[in-house]
Design a protein around this ligand. Structure first.
Ligand SMILES: Cc1cc2nc3c(=O)[nH]c(=O)nc-3n(C[C@H](O)[C@H](O)[C@H](O)COP(=O)(O)OP(=O)(O)OC[C@H]3O[C@@H](n4cnc5c(N)ncnc54)[C@H](O)[C@@H]3O)c2cc1C
Ligand code: SF4
Ligand code: SF4
Length: 1024
C-alpha cells in the first residue's frame, strides 16, 4: 500500500509503464498503458486519481475504468482501438462526459475525444454543411459558424460543454427541437471505425457500397421482418432516443429523419451511445441563424392548464414556433429569491401564476412575428385565459428570461443534504394531448414515495424534465425502482417513450425490452453483433444492460463512507439533511458528516460539467488553458471525493486526502472563486483548496515560498525600510535567477517594488475614531497590505475621492498598536495557514466591529482582501461579529455606487472632470464572484464623457502569488493571453482600470501597460 502517486506515463517512460501500472492496477492495465505510451502520441492516464476522475459522468453511477486515453490525433484513436482489440479491453468513448444515464461510465479504457479532436474539417457555407471531429463543443462550433449567418440548431442546454460526438452518441435534443428536430434529423454523414478497425462511411443508403451497404441491407431485413412489432411497439412521438434507430427503414418519428424520406445509414449510429462504432467525423446539416425572435410568456392559474394548453399552442406559428418551455411555480419562486433574477421574472408575470410557458417565435423580422404573438393571445382567450400573455419583443428581456429559466434549474440542483434531485425518469416523452394527465399522475407517484419533483423544459414536444429527490445512500435505489415502475406504466398508458432525450446508458438499458418487446430487443442485439462482434465498444449498454438500481455501480452506494476530519474552516452549513417533500434542510452541523460538512460540500458536485464552459464567466481558468479533466473544478471535486471516501487505490484512506494526487489536482486552482459563482451547485473550490492546504501543509510542511507569501503583512513594515536593498533582486543581473532557486519565485517576473515612503509610514490626517462615529457622512477605510505598502497612491486617492464626496473617512487601525497594519488574513489563507489567518481576522473584527455595529460602511480597495470579510471570515469561527462586519463591508466602487443611487454623491459628481480617452475595465475574479462588476461600471460612468468597456475576461492568471511562482509562470501567462492581454493591446490609447494588485502586475508584465485602480482614476479627474 501507499504507492507513490501520481503516475506519469509518457513515451519516455513507456518502458516502465507496465511495472508502474501493473503494480497499482493489474497486469492487463500495465500492458495496455505500456503499449499506448509506446505506440501513440496520446496522453496515457492510469493513476488511480485519473481513473477516478473518469469513473463518473452526470449520472448517479460510478465504475473505475482500467485507464484513460486522450488521443492527440485520429491515428491515435485507431491505434488505441487496435491495441484494445489485441488485448480484449473494452473502449468507452467519451466527449464532455455530461451524460445523465451513465453512458460514459465503464470498466474498460475511457477515450476522451474532447481535448484534442475538436477541429472543423470542412465548412461549406453555401450548402450549409460542415464536417467536424467528434470532440468539438457545440458552442465553439456555433461561434465559428456565426459569421456565416449559420448555426447548428440542436441547442442542448449543455451547449457550452457538450461535444458533437457525444451529442450524436446520445441523439441529443435541444429546446428548439420542435422547429429543428434532434441530432438524428440534422446529421448527414458519419465516418466511424467498427471494432475491427474498418472505417465505415455512412450516408445515404441509396448510394452506399461495401460494408456500409451490407450493414444497411442487414438492418433493412430486420426492419422488414419486424414490421408488425415496430408498428406495435415503436413510440410515435418526436422524442424517442432508446435503443437503436431500426426505424430508419420504417419511419416512426413524428418528424421524418430526412427531408426527402430517403434512408441515411449515418442515422443508425445516432443514439447508439458508443456501442456500435467510434466516430471519426460527422457531417452536419446547418441552419440559417434566425434574424428575429419574439417571446410570449403565458401565465396559467394551474399547472394542469399549462400542460393542457401545450397541445394547442404548438399548432400556432406556421413554421415560426421555435420553443414552448415550461417554468413551474417552484422555479418561479426560486427565481424570485434571487435579487438579480427577481425583476426579470416579475416583469413576465401576471399576478401569481402556477406556471408559465415561454413561447418563442423566430423568423426574418420582428414585424413579421408580431401577429404570431397576437394569435397566441387570441388562442389563450379562446382557452378562457384572456390577458394572460406578456409579450417580450426586444432581444434583451428575452435573453434575460431564458437566463432565469436556466438559473432556476441551477438553484434546484443546489439542494444541500444527501437527498438530491435524481435523473432517471427525467425525459419520458408523452403525446401532448396526454401531458396534463401524465404530469398530474406522476406528481401523485412522487407524493406516494415521500418525494416531490419540479417540472421544467420542453412542453412543445411532450418531454418535461422532472427529478424526484432521493437519497441514494439510504433508501434511494428501491424508491427509484418503484417510481420508475409506476412512471413506466404511465408512459405505456399514454403511448409515450420512456427515454425521450437522455438515452439509455446504465439507467434505462433494462427498459429497452420493456419498451420495444423481445423481438426488437433481439434485433438490437443482432445489430450490435454485426457491428461489434467482439463486444469491445461500451459493452453492457443497450444490449445486455445491467439493472438500473444495481448499487454496486453507484457513486453513492449505501456502503459509501468518508474519513473523519477536524476541519479548519466551518463547513457546517453543508452538514445538513433535507426533507424531500418540502426541501427544508436541517440545522447546520446536523447532517452526520464525519468530515464536519467538508465532504458534503465536496459531494455537491454532481458532475454536470458546466465548469468546462469557455464563455464569458470566470470558471474555470485552469481548465481553459489546459483542457485537462484534472485541472477542472469537476476533476478537483471528484479527486477530493475519492480521497475523502478512501477510493484512491494504493493509498490508505487517512493518507489519501493529504496525498500528492490531491495536491496535483488542486495545484493549478487559482482560487478565483469563479466556481463559487458559476457552478450550478455552488462548489467553492477556492475555499476547499484553503482547507486542503491547511491539512496538506500540516503533514508535509511549509516551503520558504509559502512563508514569504503568507507572512508578507508581518514583515512588510521592516521590508519597506529596506526597500532599496530588497529591490536589487530585479536590478542586478543574476539575482532573480538565484532567488528563483531559493524561493521558487519566477526569474521571469519582477516582484512588487518595495517603497520607503508608504501610506502607513506617513499616514494622512483623517477623521479619528470618535469623529467618524459622530459624523453625518461617516465611512471607514480598511487599507490592506498591498495598497498600504506597495501602491499607496490608491489609498491616498480613495481618501481624496471620499473627501470630495463629503464623507468623513477614518482609516481603521489595530486596537492595540504593534507597528503592523490590519490584515484580512488572505495571504495566510492562500498558503493554508488558517490558524494564523484566523488570528489576523480576529484583530480585524475587533477593530471594525464598533463601526459596523453603528451601521458605518467599511470600505476596502483590494478586492481579494475586502471580499475576504464577506466570505472566508464568515467560516472562521468568529461568530456574529464577523457577520455584522460582512454586512457592512463594501468595495470602494460598491460604496460609491450605493451612495450615488441614494442621491448622496452629487458633490463628487459635480467635481469630476471629463475624460476623453476610452476606458477599459478588467474586473478582478473576486469582484466577478461577488457581483461587484456592475458597481464599478456605474462608478466609472459618473465621470463625464466616460464610456467604460468591460473586458470579458476570466482570471488574469496572476491570482495573488500564483503567477509569480516559477512552476506556474507558463500557465499564468496562458490565462492572461486568453482574452485580457489581447484586449488591452488592441486599444493602446485606453486607460486600463483594474482594481486587483496582481491583475495590474500581470497587465504590466504581459502588455507593458500601466493599469490603475478605479480610486486613482476618480482622483485624477478631481481638481488638484
Ligand atoms: C444539466 C444537464 C442538462 C442537459 N440538457 C440536455 C438537453 O437539453 N438535451 C439533451 O439532449 N441532453 C441534455 N443533457 C445530456 C447531455 O449533456 C447531452 O446528451 C450531451 O449531448 C452529451 O454530450 P457529451 O459531449 O458530454 O457526451 P458524453 O456524455 O461524453 O458522451 C455521450 C455518448 O456519446 C458517446 N460518444 C462520445 N464520443 C464518441 C465518439 N467519438 N464515438 C462514439 N461514441 C461517442 C459516449 O460513449 C456516450 O455514449 C443534459 C445534461 C445535463 C447534465
Ligand atoms: S464543479 Fe459544479 S459545474 Fe463543475 S461539474 Fe461539479 S457541479 Fe458541475
Ligand atoms: S476557484 Fe477558479 S481555478 Fe479554482 S476550481 Fe474554481 S473556477 Fe477553477
Amino acid at each position: 500500500m501507499n504507492a507513490p502517486l501520481p503516475l506519469k506515463i509518457t513515451r519516455a517512460t513507456a518502458a516502465h509503464a507496465y511495472e508502474d501500472v501493473a503494480r497499482l492496477g493489474n497486469e492487463v492495465a500495465g500492458q495496455l498503458a505500456a503499449r499506448l505510451a509506446a505506440e501513440t502520441e496520446g496522453e496515457v492516464l492510469f493513476s488511480s486519481a485519473d481513473k477516478g476522475r473518469y469513473a463518473t459522468d452526470a449520472s448517479i453511477y460510478q465504475m473505475m475504468p482500467a485507464g484513460v486515453f486522450v488521443p492527440r490525433s485520429m491515428p491515435d484513436v485507431q491505434t488505441a482501438l487496435d491495441i484494445c482489440r489485441d488485448m480484449n479491453v473494452p473502449i468507452v468513448a467519451r466527449g464532455g462526459g455530461t451524460s445523465q444515464c451513465g453512458q460514459t461510465v465503464g470498466a474498460g479504457l475511457v477515450m476522451d475525444h474532447s481535448k484534442h479532436l475538436r477541429n472543423i474539417i470542412d465548412l461549406n457555407a453555401e450548402n450549409r454543411t460542415v464536417e467536424v471531429e467528434p470532440g468539438i463543443v457545440l458552442d465553439h462550433l456555433n461561434a465559428a459558424l456565426k459569421k456565416h449567418g449559420l448555426w447548428y440548431p440542436v441547442d442542448v442546454s449543455t451547449s457550452a460543454q457538450a461535444t458533437l460526438g457525444g451529442m450524436a452518441g446520445n441523439n441529443s435534443c435541444g429546446s428548439r427541437s420542435i422547429a429543428y428536430g434532434n441530432m438524428v434529423h440534422n446529421v448527414l454523414g458519419v465516418q466511424a471505425w467498427t471494432s475491427d478497425s474498418t472505417l465505415l462511411q455512412l450516408g445515404p443508403y441509396a448510394g452506399s457500397s461495401g460494408k456500409a451497404r451490407e450493414l444497411g441491407d442487414y438492418v433493412r431485413g430486420l426492419a422488414q421482418q419486424l414490421q408488425p412489432e415496430i408498428a406495435q411497439h415503436w413510440p410515435k412521438v418526436m422524442r424517442r432516443v432508446g435503443g437503436y434507430n431500426l426505424d430508419i427503414f420504417d419511419p416512426r418519428s413524428e418528424r421524418p429523419y430526412t427531408t426527402d424520406g430517403s434512408v441515411n445509414l449515418a442515422h443508425l449510429l445516432i443514439g447508439s451511445e458508443g456501442t456500435l462504432a467510434l466516430t471519426k467525423s460527422l457531417t452536419l446539416q446547418l441552419s440559417e441563424l434566425p434574424q428575429a425572435k419574439v417571446l410570449g410568456v403565458v401565465n396559467f392559474p394551474t399547472f394542469y392548464r399549462a400542460m393542457d394548453a401545450a397541445q394547442h399552442i404548438v399548432k400556432l406559428g406556421g413554421g415560426t414556433l421555435t420553443a414552448v418551455e415550461l417554468v413551474d411555480r417552484t422555479m418561479i419562486d426560486l427565481s424570485l429569491q434571487n435579487p438579480v433574477f427577481a425583476p426579470v421574472i416579475r416583469s413576465a408575470l401576471i399576478g401569481n401564476p402556477a406556471a408559465v410557458l415561454l413561447v418563442e417565435f423566430s423568423g426574418n423580422s420582428k414585424t413579421e412575428l408580431l401577429p404570431k404573438l397576437r394569435r397566441l393571445s387570441e388562442l389563450m382567450g379562446d382557452l378562457l385565459l384572456p390577458d394572460s400573455v406578456v409579450e417580450l419583443v426586444d432581444d434583451a428581456p428575452q435573453k434575460a428570461l431564458w437566463e432565469v429559466r436556466k438559473a432556476g434549474l441551477n438553484i434546484m440542483m443546489s439542494l444541500k443534504g444527501d437527498g438530491k434531485p435524481v435523473s432517471f425518469i427525467e425525459d419520458c416523452a408523452v403525446p401532448l394531448e396526454h401531458l396534463a394527465e401524465y404530469t398530474d399522475a406522476l406528481t401523485e407517484v412522487f407524493k406516494k414515495y415521500g418525494s416531490k419533483g419540479t417540472w421544467y423544459a420542453h412542453a412543445s414536444v411532450g418531454t418535461l424534465h422532472v427529478r424526484p429527490i432521493l437519497d441514494m445512500r439510504r433508501e434511494g435505489a428501491p424508491k427509484m425502482r418503484a417510481i420508475a415502475e409506476e412512471a413506466s406504466a404511465l408512459v405505456r398508458k399514454f403511448k409515450g417513450a420512456y427515454s425521450g432525450e437522455h438515452g439509455d446508458g446504465l439507467c434505462r438499458g433494462e427498459w429497452i425490452s420493456w419498451q420495444f418487446g423481445p423481438r426488437i430487443t433481439e434485433a438490437f442485439a443482432g445489430i450490435k453483433q454485426m457491428m461489434d462482434p467482439l463486444n469491445l465498444l461500451c459493452p453492457s449498454r443497450i444490449v445486455n444492460p445491467p439493472k438500473m438500481d444495481d448499487t454496486r455501480l453507484m457513486r453513492f452506494a449505501p456502503s459509501y463512507t468518508v474519513i473523519p476530519i477536524r476541519t479548519a474552516l466551518d463547513w457546517r452549513a453543508w452538514d445538513v439533511q433535507n426533507d424531500p417533500a418540502t426541501e427544508l434542510t436541517s440545522a447546520p452541523g446536523s447532517g452526520g458528516d464525519p468530515a464536519n460538512g467538508f465532504a458534503k460540500a465536496v459531494e455537491m458536485c454532481n458532475n454536470n460539467g458546466h465548469c468546462r464552459k469557455f464563455d464569458a464567466g470566470t470558471m474555470c481558468p485552469s481548465y481553459r488553458v489546459t483542457r485537462d479533466e484534472k485541472h477542472l473544478t469537476r476533476g478537483r471535486a471528484n479527486t477530493l471525493r475519492l480521497a475523502l471516501s478512501g477510493q484512491l487505490e494504493g493509498l490508505k484512506a487517512e493518507d489519501a486526502f493529504t496525498s500528492e494526487a490531491v495536491y496535483d489536482a488542486l495545484d493549478l486552482c487559482v482560487g478565483c472563486k469563479g466556481c463559487k459563482r458559476d457552478c450550478p451547485t455552488g462548489v467553492d473550490m477556492a475555499k476547499m483548496k484553503v482547507e486542503f492546504l491547511h491539512h496538506y501543509k500540516a503533514r508535509h510542511g511549509y516551503t520558504l515560498k509559502d512563508r514569504l507569501v503568507a507572512k508578507l503583512p508581518d514583515y512588510a513594515p521592516w521590508a519597506s525600510r529596506l526597500a532599496p536593498l530588497l529591490n536589487l533582486r530585479d536590478r542586478i543581473p543574476g539575482l532573480a535567477a538565484l532567488s528563483e532557486k531559493l524561493t521558487g519565485f519566477s526569474a521571469k517576473r519582477t516582484l512588487p517594488q518595495w517603497k520607503s515612503k508608504t501610506f502607513f509610514s506617513a499616514p494622512p490626517r483623517t477623521a479619528t475614531r470618535e469623529e467618524v462615529l459622530a459624523a453625518d457622512k461617516p465611512v471607514v477605510l480598511f487599507v490592506d497590505t498591498f495598497n498600504g505598502y506597495f501602491e499607496s497612491e490608491n489609498a491616498f486617492s480613495a481618501l481624496k475621492v471620499l473627501a470630495a464626496a463629503g464623507y468623513s473617512a477614518h482609516v481603521a487601525t489595530k486596537k492595540i498598536a504593534d507597528g503592523k497594519s490590519l490584515c484580512c488574513g488572505r495571504t495566510y489563507l492562500a498558503s493554508g495557514m488558517v490558524s494564523e489567518a484566523k488570528a489576523k481576522a480576529r484583530e480585524l473584527v475587533d477593530a471594525l466591529l464598533p463601526f459596523a455595529e453603528k451601521g458605518i460602511a467599511i470600505v476596502g480597495l483590494e478586492p481579494s482582501c475586502l471580499l475576504t470579510l464577506r466570505d472566508e471570515m464568515l467560516v472562521m469561527g468568529l461568530g456574529e461579529a464577523a457577520q455584522t462586519i460582512s454586512d457592512h463591508a463594501l468595495l470602494l466602487e460598491e460604496f460609491l455606487a450605493r451612495e450615488a443611487t441614494a442621491g448622496r454623491l452629487e458633490m463628487l459628481k459635480a467635481a469630476l472632470q471629463p475624460v476623453s480617452q476610452p476606458i477599459l475595465l478588467h474586473s478582478h475574479c473576486h469582484q466577478k464572484a461577488f457581483g461587484a462588476v456592475s458597481p464599478i461600471m456605474e462608478v466609472l460612468k459618473l465621470i463625464p464623457g466616460a464610456k467604460p468597456e468591460l473586458i470579458e475576461s476570466s482570471c488574469c492568471g496572476m491570482a495573488g502569488s500564483f503567477g509569480y511562482e516559477a512552476s506556474h509562470y507558463e500557465v499564468s501567462m496562458q490565462m492572461a493571453e486568453l482574452s485580457l492581454l489581447p484586449a488591452v493591446r488592441k486599444q493602446p490609447d485606453a486607460i486600463v482600470v483594474a482594481d486587483g494588485t496582481s491583475c495590474r502586475h500581470q497587465i504590466r508584465d504581459g502588455a507593458q501597460r500601466e493599469a490603475i485602480h478605479v480610486a486613482q482614476l476618480l482622483a485624477q479627474q478631481l481638481p488638484a
